[in-house]
Design a protein around this ligand. Structure first.
Ligand code: PLP
Length: 400
C-alpha cells in the first residue's frame, strides 16, 4: 500500500541531508561539548556553526539563539522566564487559538494569580488588533501570540502585532513553531522579543528546539544546573540534534522560496478539487493569510475520526484537530473559538503538505476523498435528507 503523508504540521520527515549531517555526532564524535579535552571541545565549533545557521534563517545574531529540547520547552521558558524577570507586572495577553504548549502554561499561571486575557478571533480565525491595543495596560508584562496556527494555518500579522505591543511597552513572544521554514521571517525588521522554534516541524529531528531571545531581553533560565548555553539553559548539549537543527534551517533557507510555491499549488489543487466534488464541505481559516502547506476542511454532518480511519486504510495520513491533543475526543478549541458550527467542527480534517509531497500523491487523495465522504454521508444519521451526490452547487459552502 502506498503511503501519502499529509500530516506535516504534526511532524515532518527528517531530510536526508540532516541525517547525514548529524550521524557522525551519534557515532564517531560523541564527546561532551563542555569537556576540557579536545575530543569534546571539537564539538563546540559545530554548535557555533549551527547557531549561525539558525540565526541566518531568521536574521538575528547567533548570540540570540538558545538551543532547547522542543517547541514546548521554548514556549514555557519564554513565558515563565520573561514573567519571572518582571514580577511587578501581573497581566498576560494571549489568544484563544494558541497551541496547548502556550495555552496550558498561561492558564496555569492564571491559577497562580496572573490576570489573563485570551483574545477572541473572528470566523476566519483573525484577530482584532484594535481590541489587542485596548487590552494592553501598564500592568501587561507579556503578550504571547502565535505566528501561524497549527490547525488552520492562519497567519497572524505578527509584524503589526509586535510593533503595537512594543509601542505599548510590553514584552512580545511569538510561538513560531509552524511558521519557521514555511514563511520568511526577518527579526531585524520585526520587534519580536522572544520566539519559539521546533526542529521536527522543519525536517529536523525530534528533541531539539530553539528559543530566540532578543539582545537586552531578560529571561530567567527554567532549567538550572550547568553553565551550558551561556547559563541560559542547563543540560549537556544535544550535539547531534543541534547540528541537525542548523542543517534543517540551512535547507529551509535554500528551499523556502523555490518549494513553497510548488507546495502551495498542490495544496490549492487539493482544496479546490475536494470542494468541487464534496458537497457541504468548507475551508476553515482566512484564505488570504494562511501557511502555504495547510488546509483545514470541514465535511459537515460526518465524524472526522471516521474519515481519518478510511483515509488511513488507503495509506493517507491526515489529522483531525491537533495531533498533540489526539487521544481526546474534545472538539478543536481553535475551530470552536472561530464559531464554526458544531456539525462542521466534528467533521474537520487537516491536510498539511511538505516539499516531499508529489503531484501524483495529491491526485491519489483527490481520487479517494469524495468516495469516502459520500460513503460516510450515506450512513450518517445527521446528513440532511438530500442525496449528497446530487446536492445543488449553492448547497456547497466553500467558506472561502
Ligand atoms: N506550538 C505549535 C504551534 C505547535 O504546532 C507545536 C507542535 O505541534 C508546538 C508548539 C510544540 O512543539 P514541540 O512538539 O516541539 O514541543
Amino acid at each position: 500500500m502506498k503511503n501519502v503523508y499529509l500530516d506535516n504540521n504534526a511532524t515532518t520527515r527528517v531530510a536526508d541531508e540532516v541525517i547525514e549531517a548529524m550521524m557522525p555526532f551519534l557515532t564517531e564524535f560523541y564527546g561532551n561539548a563542555s569537556s576540557m579535552h579536545s575530543f569534546g571541545g571539537r564539538m563546540r565549533h559545530k554548535i557555533d556553526t549551527a547557531r549561525a545557521q539558525v540565526a541566518e534563517l531568521i536574521h538575528c545574531d547567533p548570540s540570540e539563539i538558545i538551543f532547547t529540547s522542543c517547541g514546548t520547552e521554548s514556549d514555557n521558558t519564554a513565558i515563565r522566564g520573561a514573567l519571572a524577570r518582571c514580577p511587578d507586572k501581573r497581566h498576560i495577553i494571549t489568544t484563544r487559538v494558541e497551541h496547548p504548549a502556550v495555552q496550558t502554561t498561561v492558564r496555569q499561571l492564571q491559577k497562580q494569580g496572573y490576570r489573563l486575557t485570551e483574545l477572541p478571533v473572528d470566523s476566519l480565525g483573525r484577530l482584532d488588533l484594535e481590541q489587542l491595543a485596548e487590552t494592553i495596560d501598564e500592568d501587561t508584562a507579556l503578550v504571547t501570540i502565535m505566528y501561524a496556527n497549527n490547525e488552520t494555518g492562519v497567519v497572524f500579522p505578527i509584524d503589526r502585532i509586535a510593533a503595537l505591543v512594543k509601542q505599548n511597552g510590553s514584552l512580545f513572544h511569538t510561538d513560531a513553531v509552524q511558521a519557521v521554514g514555511k514563511l520568511p521571517i526577518d527579526l531585524s525588521r520585526i520587534p519580536i522579543d522572544l520566539m519559539s522554534i521546533s526542529g521536527h516541524k522543519l525536517h529536523g529531528p525530534k528533541g531539539v528546539g530553539v528559543l530566540y531571545v532578543r539582545r537586552g531581553t531578560s529571561v530567567a533560565p527554567q532549567l538550572v544546573g550547568g553553565h551550558q548555553e551561556s547559563g541560559r539553559r542547563a543540560g549537556t548539549e544535544n550535539v547531534p540534534g543541534i547540528v541537525a537543527m542548523g542543517k534543517a534551517c540551512e535547507l529551509a533557507r535554500t528551499y523556502m522560496n523555490e518549494e513553497n510555491e510548488r507546495v502551495r499549488q498542490m495544496r490549492d489543487r487539493l482544496e479546490t478539487s475536494i470542494l468541487k466534488r464534496c458537497p457541504n464541505a468548507r475551508i476553515n481559516g482566512d484564505a488570504d493569510s494562511r501557511l502555504p502547506n495547510t488546509t483545514n476542511i470541514s465535511f459537515e454532518y460526518i465524524e472526522g475520526e471516521a474519515i481519518l480511519l478510511l483515509l488511513d486504510q488507503l495509506g493517507i495520513d491526515a489529522s483531525s484537530g491537533s495531533a498533540c491533543t489526539s487521544g481526546s475526543l474534545e472538539p478543536s478549541h481553535v475551530l470552536r473559538a472561530m464559531g464554526i458550527p458544531f456539525t462542521a467542527v466534528h467533521g474537520s480534517i487537516r491536510f498539511s503538505l511538505s516539499r516531499y509531497n508529489t503531484d501524483e500523491e495529491i491526485d491519489y487523495v483527490i481520487d479517494h476523498v469524495p468516495n469516502i465522504i459520500n460513503r460516510l454521508r450515506q450512513i450518517s444519521p445527521f446528513t440532511p435528507q438530500k442525496d449528497a451526490t446530487t446536492a445543488a452547487p449553492q448547497d456547497r459552502t466553500p467558506g472561502l
